[in-house]
Every structure is written in structure tokens, then in C-alpha cells.
Design a protein around this ligand. Structure first.
Ligand code: UD1
Length: 415
């Protein structure tokens, strides 16, 4: 297990470049096995989640070649094998092999996925969708066998606009017979990126980015080149950091509309920003206004950014609130923040952050990926030394985080 040590209170400045989106690439890599030739993906971030997916590919005898931000995946000699617990539990996104292998072979055996403990994280909507496409699901403890003689396109209504279910069902339906319509589909940019990837291979998907996705099944998918979109959560984290501790930080290589709900909130807080075509220039204001945030599905305020924003809210003159409507257990970071001096109250799905308070460095624990990122921001804001234990969570979603932050003046090290 790694630890991140931070000496806080430094003023940051300069440029920081956003990497490819974790939540996109973790869908693109499993999606690649649907291809009947090889695929080439660029702007791939170097993350432990990516390494873990490559391990699964190699276990399935898929040829993988990777160099810096490029990866070539050739699944032509792939073998469909049981994906055991040791492989699947390392990350949530291992469950995209359900849709991908089901779509390719009509059969998949896999253990229940792992991932951050931010809620119950059921996969009932995924399984319901597979069944609607004609599959049977046999559950034996943590193991699942999903199989179909033939997958046949149909209308699927998602009770909740789940990101994971939308992607998994797109993967399963790409080679199904006839037309599938996913109603109440999730609209996150990562879904559009994955649909574009499949379309680049010859799939016929339309409507990705709206709540109604149509998929005409095809028999063959060919070689393609594809680029991962910038990571909007990493981008948002850096913008919040700039708003907290910089006298001028240019966050480069982002798509501003992907973080609009965040930048609007920061404006409300009084943070000065210049928003360019692919960058946000941000610096800390004289004083911060308190704000109320409610997490929602895209394009609403991203749940993955509320924890990071909570660290900044400790600086506001008054009480800020966060209503977390997506995950039931996503305030663990606040208890750690309280150890640093924040004044917090959590009542069910609502958190109150009473500002302004001064944060002081201490030993804290990353309880999940974004909680870890929120503590990095808090550590950089705090006076003195912060030790973040369990930092492997942070490495799952932030490429070269220590190097990137050191380059803009942070005193930070990974032990
Ligand atoms: C993805 C993101 C995660 C983000 C989340 C919401 C990835 C790898 N992860 O997670 O960072 O926080 O979207 O934006 O892309 N649900 C069910 N049944 C299901 C599926 C989901 O009830 O079958 C519920 C979940 O418990 C949760 C809500 O739906 O309350 C949202 O889940 P979902 O959109 O599926 O999140 P993930 O895809 O797991």
C-alpha cells in the first residue's frame, strides 16, 4: 500500500495537462474484444485500472501491445475463459467483459466485480437487460454464467440511467440480431466515446449522448483508430485545486462543457476563471461564497466531483451543503476532513460543511478513489504535513499525480 505525503500551504501555479478519461478507457478496453480485427487506442492514461484490464485481456489470450499513451489490442486469437474472482475483483469495470464476451461468444462466466465501496452497487439493471436480449443468467454465489443461443435486439427500459448498464448493454447488443433500443439510457460523455469507438469499427449505434440509444446489430467489426476523451473528473479536480491554492493555474486539454456544472458552481463561489476552447485558467479569490450542490446524472453535478469540492467548501464564508443522490456511502472523506479541522455534519444523504475553517495537516485515510483525491486537495490547502494512507485508490484514477502536482509547485511525494 502506498502513502502520499504532502507539505501543505504552498501556492501553486503554471500549467497542468489532463489525461485520457479513466471511466472511458475502462469501457473501451473490454469493448475492443468485440472486434474481429485489431484496434488502436490513443490517449490511454497509465493507471492501475488499465493494467488490471490488460491482465484480463492477456489471460484471455488477447494480444496487447502498449507504449506510453498508445495501446493496440488484437483479439483474433482470443479464448473465452472463466474470469475468476482474483481478476474481476480488482476493479469495477471488469464487468464490461460481461457485455463484451456475451456479445462475441453468447457465453460468459465471470465473478462479481470489485471497485470502490461507495454504495451497494448492484448490477440488476445489467442482468435484466441481458435477459431482455435473450440471455439466461445463472448465479452461483459470486459467480455468474450468462449465456444465449442467440441475442436478439429488443426495447430495454432502464429504471435508472445507469452508466455501467448502458455501456454493458450497448456491448451486448452491438452484434445482436436486429434492433435494440435502450430507453432512459445514461448520457455521460464516456458513453458517447465508447459508442464512437464501436461505430469506428462498423457498429451502427445512434443516439449516444441522449436518453434513447438505438443499436442495429452487425456481424463483423473491423480495425480502427480511436482516441480517449479527456478525463472530466481529473480536469474538475485540478480546477478545484486551482481555485483553492493557486495564483494562476491553466488546466489544459479538457472539454469545458463536460465540467460546466462544476465551473458554474465555482463562479457562484466567487472563483475567477477564464474558460477557453480546451482549457480553464483559474485562481483563488479573495473570499469564497458558500454553495449548495446536488449530485445528479450527467449533465447535472457529477457525484465524482462532490468529494473534491467539499474540501474547497471548508474555505467558504458560511454553510455549504451537498445532497448526494447517486451513492449512499459517499461521505467517508468528510470524516477524514474533520480530522484536519473541518466542521462537518452528515444527515443521511445531506452533508453540511460549516466554513470558513483552517485545515491542518494530519494522518488521514483514502477510503475510495475520489475521497483520496479530495484529501490530496485538502492536504495541499492545509498547514503542515498531511499523510494520506491507502493512496493506491488515488493511483487508480489519476495518472502521474505526484509528478503533475510537483511540476506546478506542490510539495508531494509517494511512499
Ligand atoms: C459510473 C462511474 C462512477 C460514477 C457513476 C455515477 C465508471 C467506471 N464509474 O459508475 O465513477 O460515480 O457512474 O456517475 O464509469 N444501479 C442500480 N442497479 C444497477 C446499476 C446501477 O441500482 O444495475 C444504481 C447504483 O447503485 C447507483 C446508481 O444506479 O445508485 C448509479 O450507478 P451507475 O450509473 O451504474 O454507476 P457505475 O456505472 O457503477
Amino acid at each position: 500500500m502506498h502513502t502520499i505525503n504532502i507539505e501543505g500551504g504552498k501556492t501553486l501555479r503554471g500549467e497542468i495537462v489532463v489525461s485520457g478519461a479513466k471511466n472511458s478507457v475502462v469501457g473501451l478496453i473490454p469493448a475492443a474484444v468485440l472486434c474481429d480485427e485489431d484496434v488502436n487506442i490513443y490517449n490511454v492514461p497509465q493507471l492501475s485500472d488499465v493494467d488490471n484490464l490488460i491482465e484480463i485481456l492477456e489471460y484471455l489470450n488477447v494480444q496487447v501491445e502498449s507504449k506510453e499513451d498508445y495501446i493496440r489490442i488484437n483479439p483474433t486469437s482470443m479464448t473465452n475463459k472463466v474470469i475468476h474472482n482474483e481478476l474481476s475483483k480488482k476493479l469495477r469495470a471488469s464487468y464490461y467483459f460481461m457485455g463484451a464476451l456475451l456479445g462475441r461468444y453468447g457465453h460468459v462466466e465471470i465473478s462479481f466485480p470489485g471497485g470502490c465501496v461507495i454504495g451497494a452497487r448492484p448490477i440488476d439493471l445489467h442482468l435484466k437487460g441481458f435477459k431482455a436480449l435473450g440471455a439466461t443468467v445463472t448465479e452461483d454465489g459470486d459467480n455468474m454464467i450468462i449465456e444465449a443461443e442467440e441475442l436478439v435486439g429488443t426495447n430495454i427500459y432502464l429504471d435508472f440511467a445507469s452508466v455501467g448498464a448502458t455501456i454493458n448493454l450497448m456491448l451486448a447488443a452491438v452484434k445482436a440480431k436486429g434492433k435494440t433500443i435502450i430507453e432512459n439510457a445514461a448520457k455521460e460523455p464516456e458513453i458517447v466515446n465508447i459508442a464512437t469507438f464501436l461505430n469506428n469499427m462498423g457498429a451502427r449505434i445512434s443516439g449516444a449522448g441522449t436518453n434513447r440509444i438505438k443499436i442495429e446489430g452487425v456481424d463483423y467489426l473491423h480495425s480502427c483508430f480511436h482516441e480517449v476523451i479527456p478525463d472530466r473528473i481529473e480536469a474538475g479536480t485540478f480546477v478545484v485545486l486551482g481555485a483553492a491554492v493557486s495564483d494562476g493555474l491553466k488546466v489544459c486539454n479538457l472539454i469545458p462543457e463536460h465540467i460546466y456544472s462544476l465551473t458554474e458552481k465555482l463562479r457562484e463561489m466567487g472563483v475567477p476563471m477564464e474558460i477557453g476552447p480546451d482549457y480553464v485558467f483559474v485562481k483563488k479569490p479573495e473570499k469564497y461564497n458558500p454553495v449548495d450542490v446536488q449530485t445528479l446524472i450527467y449533465p447535472g453535478f457529477a457525484t465524482d466531483l462532490q468529494q473534491v469540492l467539499a474540501s474547497l467548501m471548508t474555505k467558504a464564508n458560511g454553510t455549504s451543503t451537498i445532497d448526494e443522490t447517486i451513492w449512499e456511502n459517499r461521505f467517508q472523506n468528510l470524516y477524514e476532513l474533520a480530522k484536519m479541522g473541518a466542521r462537518i455534519k452528515v444527515e443521511g444523504e445531506r452533508a453540511y460543511i460549516y466554513g470558513p475553517t483552517k485545515l491542518v495537516g494530519t494522518t488521514v485515510m483514502a477510503t475510495d478513489l475520489r475521497a483520496g483525491a479530495a484529501l490530496v486537495v485538502a492536504g495541499l490547502m492545509a498547514e503542515g504535513k498531511t499523510e494520506i494512507q491507502n493512496a493506491d485508490y488515488v493511483l487508480r484514477g489519476y495518472e502521474k499525480i505526484v509528478e503533475k502536482l510537483s511540476n506546478i509547485g506542490a510539495s508531494i511525494e509517494l511512499i
